[in-house]
Design a binder for this molecule. Sequence first.
Ligand code: NAD
Length: 353
Amino acid sequence: MKIVVLPGDGIGPETMAVAVAVLEAASQRFGLGLALEHDIAGHESLQKHGATVTQALLAKVKAADGLMLGPMATYDFKDEAKGEINPSKFFRKELDLYANIRPARTYPGVPTVVQPFDLTVVRENTEGFYADRNIASGNSEMLITPDVVVSLRRITRSCCERIARSAFELAMVRRKHVSIVHKANVLKIGDGMFIEECHKIAREFPEVQVDDFIVDAMMAHVVRAPQRFDVIVTTNMFGDILSDLTAELSGSLGLGGSVNAGLDHAMGQAAHGSAPDIAGQNIANPFSLILSASQLLGWYGQRKNLPAFQAAAAAIDAAAEAAVAASEATRDVGGKLGTAEIGQAFVRRLLAA
Ligand code: NAD
């Protein structure tokens, strides 16, 4: 498997170094034959190539089997005409990575305000309220007069259908329960279509229990009793917000892995941002990127029917659980180690298992 690695901005380089060490250790232990191709995106690319991402980089990623994207300083990238392109949006759109899969689970040893839980948010990734990616050219957020803004939301039947299918397929290998999250009481037509398509796909999966929740009420349900949920499927912006909440409920945003998957490509990506406030201090939590790397291996193994990749993903997840329980973690989840030391301990643990 060929994986392009882009460390990103802020805490990206230090956390990606750990994720790379873990991928190399997994490759060694499970005979995966991973080939990691290192390149740059974000501020470093902007300085060197005049753009945060380039067409040459896209061609390289398209020729590979997967991408590991570090956190990007997206808020700094405001003007595409100056090469300031949001790399995350760029790859999601160019590679049609329509399913953002964001698991969240509690870990023994990490204090939380909720009961133990294990759920996954399946978020539509290519349309909705995301004005920078929901039209073919340009941006669907418009300044009509200096005091009036219109932002368009796109909902497409085929996009609803494919994200629903991702959710139900995932539920079949989990606890066979899908919760649909929407705002159909207000967005009657768009979210009405989303619900309709989810129920249409549900008929192909009669073993899966289905329920639905209005997004605002869902915030209360998920805080009150996250253990009720298994797979949650929702549109882009609701999923973005809800999955940060569920990651934080699990103990820390730094424990939330994320993969963006399409039919032919997938991108592992930390759930958090570039955290400039702690960059370069060796205190950033690398687990989000480690778990994203695990998800990328799992996606490839499932797609190519390669059990070694799925075994590697399971071993990384198990090592993460054991490491957190042994306090081999950063201070945000009750540990005492620095980012680099966590990487060394994690690799030792993975190779010794
Ligand atoms: P952030 O996620 O970078 O940080 C929020 C808070 O969480 C900060 O206090 C930070 O120190 C902490 N934090 C984040 N990741 C952590 C980790 N791994 N370990 C320990 N603590 C961690 O969000 P922000 O500060 O709003 O954004 C910073 C930049 O990141 C902005 O430019 C924003 O646009 C960008 N961003 C990028 C992505 C992405 O690339 N997917 C996602 C969110 C934000």
